[in-house]
Design a protein around this ligand. Structure first.
Ligand code: TYM
Length: 328
């Protein structure tokens, strides 16, 4: 029997090179071998208020990006989270299985709620992880490919699944997180101590967007912050900027880190950055060419069909969960 793989992206802006290398690429590389689901986490996007028009555009952009990045609708079920109503109910049930302490310990919550105080922080931000737990459990998922920042949420999923199974009888499949060894945390090019995000506090000079103008992307790489050691070496602690660029190159090309270090031994950062920029720009132009060939009608048809197929499984798992709880 094929393993079930599932992942999702929150449509809260334009997708980045970090999203692609940290999650989507790992998913695409395995979609043949698994029963694969990928969804647009649009309910997760409303954990804080959003302009409805912008949200709609972001959702469409995200579906198109999945296809442009190589997700194949013949091999993978692609759907919008809000089209499968079972996500809301399952998220609600999982919230009720969780302690406030567990949610308070989530690093992302701590990071995003910094300075807001109890009065100012959205409850959506607080219960965000339990909606994600529901997403994963609904499909009997075995593998969840995500970037490092989502690892804790998948670990919470395992804890809650185990607790539920013990309390109410065997109901959920235990999911494993898949964090790729390279590229699981792509860093901001201007501040390599921070993760590359869909929006950064500066003017986005540290973020490469998948739909970015190729020349702008090239400039961003050429002006990435490095160090003055002048040695292309993978040393995340002392050379975070250079190590980040090595990870990007290694993840795109599949070349071993040691081989990149050898090839650039004794060479300057300019030459190294030019190669990284060339490979990134090639990748972006392939993605952008595929993106331009897509129409709204095509995307609609794919997600309508995807939601129908996803719902069949989600409905069964939710029914089983309700039965275990005595709610059938
Ligand atoms: P989101 O939208 O923040 O990010 C989507 C995926 O991209 C990964 N990622 C990165 N990987 C490496 N380097 C980076 N700089 C980088 N930035 C983002 C994230 O780890 C993620 O895998 N909560 C999720 C969406 C979600 C989900 C789920 C994922 C909702 N339900 C169920 C998996 C399973 C999120 O906000 O991802």
């Amino acid at each position: 029997m094929k393993k079930v793989m599932l992942t999702g992206v929150r449509p809260s802006g334009n997708l980045t090179l970090g999203n692609y290398l940290g999650a989507i690429k790992n998913f695409v590389d395995r979609q043949d071998k698994c029963k694969s689901y990928i969804f647009i986490a649009d309910l997760h996007a409303i954990t804080s208020p959003k302009d409805p028009k912008l949200l709609k555009e972001s959702v469409e952009n995200c579906i198109a990006m999945y296809l442009a990045c190589g997700v194949d609708p013949k091999k993978t079920i692609i759907f919008k989270q809000s089209d499968v109503l079972e996500h809301g109910t399952m998220g609600f049930i999982m919230t009720f299985q969780t302690k406030m302490g567990e949610l308070s310990r989530m690093t992302q919550f701590k990071h995003k709620s910094q300075g807001l105080g109890k009065e100012g922080v959205d409850t959506g931000l607080f219960v965000y992880p339990t909606l994600m737990v529901g997403d994963i459990l609904l499909y009997n998922t075995n593998i969840v490919p995500v970037g490092k920042d989502q690892q804790q949420h998948v670990e919470l999923t395992r804890d809650l699944a185990e607790r539920f199974n013990k309390r109410y009888g065997e109901t959920f499949v235990m999911p494993d997180v898949y964090i790729a060894p390279i590229g699981n945390k792509i860093l901001n090019l201007q501040n390599p101590l921070e993760k590359m995000n869909k929006s950064d506090s500066g003017d986005n000079r540290g973020t490469i967007f998948l739909m970015e103008d190729i020349n702008v992307a090239r400039k961003k790489i050429m002006s990435a912050v490095t160090d003055n050691l002048n040695c292309v070496r993978f040393d995340e602690e002392n050379q975070p900027g250079i190590s980040n660029l090595i990870s990007i190159l290694a993840k795109i090309t599949g070349e071993e880190i040691a081989s990149i270090e050898r090839r650039f031994s004794g060479k300057g950062y300019g030459e190294f950055k030019r190669e990284v920029a060339d490979r990134v720009c090639e990748l972006l132009s392939e993605i952008q060419t595929r993106y331009k060939g897509l129409s709204s009608e095509m995307l609609d048809a794919i997600t309508t069909d995807g939601a129908k197929r996803a719902r069949r499984v989600a409905r069964q798992t939710l029914a089983k969960t309700c039965k275990a709880l005595g709610l059938d």
